[in-house]
Design a protein around this ligand. Structure first.
Ligand code: DOR
Ligand code: ZN
Length: 340
């Protein structure tokens, strides 16, 4: 196929940051995407509804001419209360994000013990209110096994709250796929990097800090199994870029995160075309998430990609410093032709 038109592309896991970084990265998502689920792990995490609301305003004021919805999320901290859940629901916030304490960027206010009785009571309440629970599912064990070790928590939560939709964010380990098959209320998001790269892309040659993210990239068998889930547009998975901008200076100091927002649609189209699976891209990039997260759109957005070389920029600029783009310098087979 020489061109493909995608309806309402959705990014169900996105870090936009605040201030100058937000300004620099935002258009790469607001132009081609209809909606993105915006992560709450700012330097000052969004642990109360009022904080989520002012962040939403900041995003909307910068993106007002675009047909784009930021789907906001509330960061689960020890301060979470039923009253907070009530006010979040009133304001239309329907995603709760759970970070284990210390698991990743800005997670120091995250959850120490996920199965603690107070949190379980709140999650039971969230279940009755129809919230969706997005989880960064990693233990504090050996890096390559962290997601696998967290499976027992996913199982416990899925059994305790059968009507709570639970999302395994940025699934990275093929051993997690079983959870999607065994529990009807467990879903996942998949990133461009976990379906296309392995640990060798980080440490196999010269150390490449720009490919360092959490959860860490894993084995070829993991990558291949996750790619298969994406290419088949498995009904339990949505696309979530986990685009996580850091300045090059921060990356060289060890920050975890890969900035991929500028390449997402050309990259996925090239990847699905290479595997003769373009017919599944619409489900993977939009339809599955519309169903799982129960989304609707006042006005549809259409993005046409054409089979013409796209030279990926090495970096984008911000007043805080440059941000390296995933696959910068490479040539992709497809590029965006039109957005309407
Ligand atoms: O690599 C990552 N970067 N993983 C995360 O979970 C968070 C993200 C960030 O916010 O930088
Ligand atoms: Zn993330």
């Amino acid at each position: 196929m020489d061109s493909i038109t995608l309806k309402n592309p959705l990014d169900m896991h996105l870090h936009l940051r605040e201030g100058e970084l937000l300004k620099a990265v935002l258009p790469y998502t607001t132009k081609p995407f209809s909606l993105a689920l915006v992560m709450p792990n700012l330097k000052k995490p969004l642990i109360h509804t009022s904080l989520v609301e002012s962040y939403e305003k900041e995003i909307l004021s910068l993106s007002k001419e675009e047909n784009f919805t930021p789907l906001m999320s509330l960061y689960i901290s020890s301060e979470l209360s039923k009253e907070d859940l009530d006010s979040a629901q009133k304001k239309g916030i329907k995603i709760l994000k759970l970070y284990p304490k210390g698991a990743t960027t800005n997670s120091s206010l995250g959850v120490g013990d996920v199965l603690d009785s107070k949190l379980l009571e709140l999650l039971g309440y969230a279940e009755t209110k129809g919230f969706i629970l997005s989880i960064h599912g990693e233990s504090s064990g050996f890096s390559m096994d962290r997601e696998y070790e967290f499976a027992s928590v996913f199982k416990e939560l899925a059994k305790s709250f059968p009507n709570l939709k639970i999302i395994i964010e940025h699934m990275s380990d093929k051993r997690s796929i079983k959870l999607l098959e065994e529990y009807k209320n467990i879903y996942a998001t998949l990133t461009p990097h976990h379906i296309s790269m392995t640990l060798d892309d980080v440490i196999g040659g010269m150390l490449n800090p720009h490919h360092f993210c959490k959860p860490v990239l894993k084995t070829k068998a993991d990558k291949d199994a996750l790619l298969e889930l994406a290419l088949s547009a498995n009904a339990k998975v949505s696309f979530g870029s986990d685009s996580a901008p850091h300045t090059i200076e921060s990356k060289l100091k060890g920050a975890a995160g890969i900035f991929n927002a500028p390449i997402i649609l050309p990259f996925l189209t090239s990847l699905f075309a290479k595997h003769n699976k373009l017919e599944n891209l619409q489900s993977f990039i939009s339809d599955n998430a519309v169903r799982i997260y129960n989304l609707s759109f006042a006005k549809d957005k259409f993005v046409t990609l054409e089979k013409k070389d796209y030279q990926v920029p090495d970096f984008i600029t911000s007043s805080l410093g440059d941000i390296k783009v995933l696959f910068g310098g490479d040539t992709l087979e497809y590029r965006i032709k039109a957005i309407s």
